[in-house]
Design a protein around this ligand. Structure first.
Ligand SMILES: NC(=O)C1=CN([C@@H]2O[C@H](COP(=O)(O)OP(=O)(O)OC[C@H]3O[C@@H](n4cnc5c(N)ncnc54)[C@H](OP(=O)(O)O)[C@@H]3O)[C@@H](O)[C@H]2O)C=CC1
Ligand SMILES: O=C(O)CCC(=O)C(=O)O
Length: 432
């Protein structure tokens, strides 16, 4: 095929656009339906996959530093476990809801299947602004949440990991709280821990690394050398900063990166190593910027590659037709609404989906889980080599479907994932 030519509207067009705002679970269900329409799979399996297996809602009271008690709500949505234990991150953010966790849990099921990992999908979170908590308060919140969900997690049952607003320290507290009750150290109950207590080298950088690997693959596919590629990245945390660092190192020109307050913009290229990431100093991107533009403006910059790597639902009906990038690589989970997806496809913008692009995080989580179970540490070099191998294999499977079926990149990734999940449901012959 001529990989350079943009596909026609008819080829890329999705089903009819829908009303916005759209929740994560609505987006996830629409994407599922669209991919299922392309496949000859049991409609009962598709019906089952529209729903989570279980959603746990817990009350998490903590004592604030001033002695008052504040009560938060936490969730763990377990979507599907036909291919293995539930797996997925824990998010601390003021907009966490039950439905958001369900949608994000569904995406974890597809993500693990695209990567052919022996895991199902889950996601959890607490509705809280983590920046409003002291370190002690965040520790008390995490330990209490661990208490509330301890009966439903475990190294062979459901294995949490970091997501937005949580980090290796959060995972260390979770693992410690779980282990204390268990009466033994159980490193395999969470991934994304600090390496000193069984975390994997390279886990924190892994989702950004996979975004960079996939960006390099897709640029190569469309005959675009990284040296001639301009990139804008929204969000400068675990995903955004690590993707920007690597792409910068590999020769791309990073023209914009952002934090919650806005974006640093330099058309000549930003030295990404000189900009503190969210982990090093939250909200520091705009603090050190000479030229600041808005996050909305970043999304519409005339660049080759746009990487949304912060929140969901940033590419919407309102801005999709003014996106100027040729390629969107989804670093965040669910950055594109269904309506925006259809508009972007109609414009010939290639969207490389989250379930492939940021899957390096859960892939190295799998490596971490293996290391914990086997009590044997891997070197950073081995982790990065094996991650690259897994990402290239997944890319190839998705690319094969893309070429064979004349679908969008998202549909191709869903077809790979859904085929594997449906086959597993079929083989087990039950409804777990
Ligand atoms: N961590 C992981 O393992 C994985 C995460 N993801 C997904 O990637 C996305 C980002 O997660 P992660 O990197 O872990 O998060 P982090 O908490 O590490 O970083 C979030 C970044 O986004 C910025 N940000 C927050 N709100 C906004 C906003 N309204 N507009 C623009 N930027 C904003 C933050 O800026 P500031 O410093 O100002 O707060 C920060 O730079 C999420 O969708 C997550 O689900 C996907 C796969 C794995
Ligand atoms: O590492 C993991 O288990 C999951 C990370 C995650 O939440 C994600 O990929 O969205």
């Amino acid at each position: 095929m001529d990989a350079n030519s943009k596909r026609s509207h008819d080829e890329q067009s999705n089903s009819s656009p829908s009303a916005e705002p759209e929740s994560a679970v609505e987006t996830a269900r629409r994407q599922l339906r669209r991919a299922a329409d392309r496949l000859d799979i049991d409609p009962n399996v598709v019906e089952r996959l529209k729903h989570p297996t279980k959603v746990h809602e817990v009350t998490v009271p903590i004592e604030r530093d001033d002695g008052t008690v504040e009560v938060f709500t936490g969730y763990r949505a377990q979507h599907d476990s036909v291919r293995g234990p539930y797996k997925g991150g824990i998010r601390y953010h003021p907009e966490v809801t039950r439905d958001e966790c369900v949608g994000l849990g569904m995406w974890m099921t597809w993500k693990c299947a695209v990567m052919d990992l022996p895991f199902g999908g889950a996601k959890g979170g607490i509705t809280v602004d983590p920046k409003s908590l002291s370190a002690d308060e965040k520790e008390r919140l995490t330990r209490r949440f661990a208490e509330e969900i301890r009966d439903i997690i475990g190294p062979t049952v459901d294995i949490p990991a970091p997501d937005m607003g949580t980090d290796p320290q959060t995972m260390a507290w979770l693992m410690d709280a779980y282990s204390m009750q268990q009466g033994e150290t159980v490193p395999g109950v969470v991934t994304g821990k600090p390496p000193v207590i069984g975390g994997s080298e390279g886990r924190q950088e892994a989702p950004g690394r996979s975004v960079a690997i996939v960006t390099e693959r897709v640029c190569d596919y469309y005959n675009r050398p990284l040296e001639d590629t301009t990139v804008a990245v929204q969000g400068y945390g675990s995903v955004g900063a690590n993707a920007a660092h690597l792409l910068d190192e590999w020769g791309a020109t990073i023209v914009a990166v952002s934090d919650v307050n806005g974006a640093m913009y330099d058309p000549e290229g930003i030295d990404t190593e000189s900009v503190p990431s969210h982990d090093e100093e939250p909200e520091a991107v705009t603090k050190y910027a000479e030229t600041v533009i808005g996050n909305d403006e970043l999304l519409t910059l005339n660049v080759d590659v746009l990487i949304p790597a912060a929140l969901g639902n940033v590419l919407t009906e309102a801005n999709a037709d003014v996106i100027n990038a040729d390629i969107v690589v989804e670093g965040a989970n669910g950055p594109t609404t269904s309506t925006a997806d259809a508009i972007l496809a109609d414009q010939g913008v290639r969207v490389i989906p989250d379930i492939l692009a940021n899957a390096g995080g859960v892939t190295v989580s799998y490596f971490e889980w293996l290391q914990d179970i086997n009590r044997r540490k891997w070197s950073l070099e081995r982790v990065n080599d094996e991650l690259e191998t897994e990402m290239h294999a997944a890319w190839q499977s998705v690319r094969d479907e893309y070429e064979k079926r004349n679908v969008t990149w998202r549909e191709a990734a869903y077809i790979v994932a859904l085929s594997r999940i449906a086959e597993a449901h079929d083989a087990r012959g039950l409804w777990p």
